[in-house]
Design a protein around this ligand. Structure first.
Ligand code: CP
Ligand code: NVA
Length: 299
């Protein structure tokens, strides 16, 4: 089994992953039943949290990891993704890949005989969404019936994966961003199978009644060329003391990080009492352990 897309998981599977995470949180990390598992991390883009949490997760589970910066691999000299996948499967037990094009990770998985995990592509960030929804469940006492606003670049990878995983667990979604930037219909349609998804360009309307407000960078990796244009359009969508007043009084503030303080979110919110951002970051290690245990024990 691979974990390429948030669309791959059923509600039951998400609950199973959350139970594994609860059990690790309660009684410590259970090592792999077959130790010495090896994970390859094939990364085309920068990473701090995802890379380090996967590497630590493998180490704490009794396995190990190998980081491959794709710019120093033979991919950079034209070796195909499919040949790379075939060979990596001869040496490792799973591959976590961070790639620009989502179609490349699909190609990687199609040619891999070991599980492939999406560590972020231009279309999705499904591991992030799992730890984010787990954080909401833990910090707000449940996900069902909660209203989550994703604010800013609602066409981003993080928004796509979050709306699918959160809606599968019963949350209602509000997507708030400038006109001209709209989410991929495939994810909205999937999320609407279980919950409501409202799309708005008004902070006042979009944040109304929300239990959680979520921010991400206005310029995702790979979009640097359009950065100045984006900044002009997105600056009205900053999370700050004034804008969060539109949400519920006890609203919780989330951000996948890295944050650009003073751009998409202010420091007072990021570091303030309503922030669960640092819990989100911490939970990545927990959920990545759960994902690894789930995929590698079931291989
Ligand atoms: N949230 C997240 O994926 O962070 P990194 O880019 O540092 O891995
Ligand atoms: N949307 C961001 C997420 C970073 C974790 C990006 O793709 O750069």
């Amino acid at each position: 089994m691979n974990y390429i897309s948030s669309l791959d998981l059923s509600e039951k599977q998400i609950s199973e992953l959350f139970s594994i995470s609860d059990s690790i949180a309660k009684s410590g990390t259970h090592p792999f039943s077959e130790p010495k598992r090896v994970l390859a991390l094939l990364f085309e883009k920068a990473s701090t949290r995802t890379r380090v949490s996967f590497e630590s997760a493998m180490s704490q589970l009794g396995g190990s990891s190998i980081y491959i910066d794709s710019s120093t691999s033979q991919i950079s000299r034209g070796e195909s993704i499919s040949d790379t996948a075939r060979v990596l499967g001869m040496y490792v037990d799973a591959v976590a890949a961070r790639m620009y094009k989502h179609s490349d990770i699909v190609e990687l998985a199609r040619n891999s005989n070991v599980p492939v995990i999406n560590a972020l592509t231009d279309l999705e960030h499904p591991c992030q969404a799992l730890s984010d929804v787990y954080t909401i469940r833990k910090e707000l006492g449940g996900v069902d019936g909660k209203r989550i606003a994703f604010v800013g670049d609602i066409a981003a990878n993080t928004a796509n994966s979050l709306m699918v995983i959160a809606s599968k667990m019963g949350a209602d979604i509000s997507l708030v961003g400038p006109k001209g930037y709209r989410p991929n219909g495939k994810f909205v349609e999937a999320a609407r199978k279980r919950s409501s998804v409202d799309i708005s360009s008004s902070m006042k309307d979009g944040l109304k009644g929300c239990d959680v407000v979520y921010a991400d960078t206005f310029v995702s990796m790979g979009q640097e060329a359009g950065a100045s244009e984006r900044m002009k359009l997105f600056c009205a969508y900053q999370l700050n003391e004034s804008s969060v007043k539109y949400a519920k009084k006890g609203v919780r503030v989330m951000h996948c990080l890295p944050a650009h303080r003073g751009v998409e979110i202010t420091s007072d919110l990021l570091d303030g009492a309503r922030s669960i951002v640092w819990k989100q970051a911490a939970n990545k290690l927990l959920l990545e352990k759960a994902i690894l245990l789930y995929l590698l024990q079931k291989k």
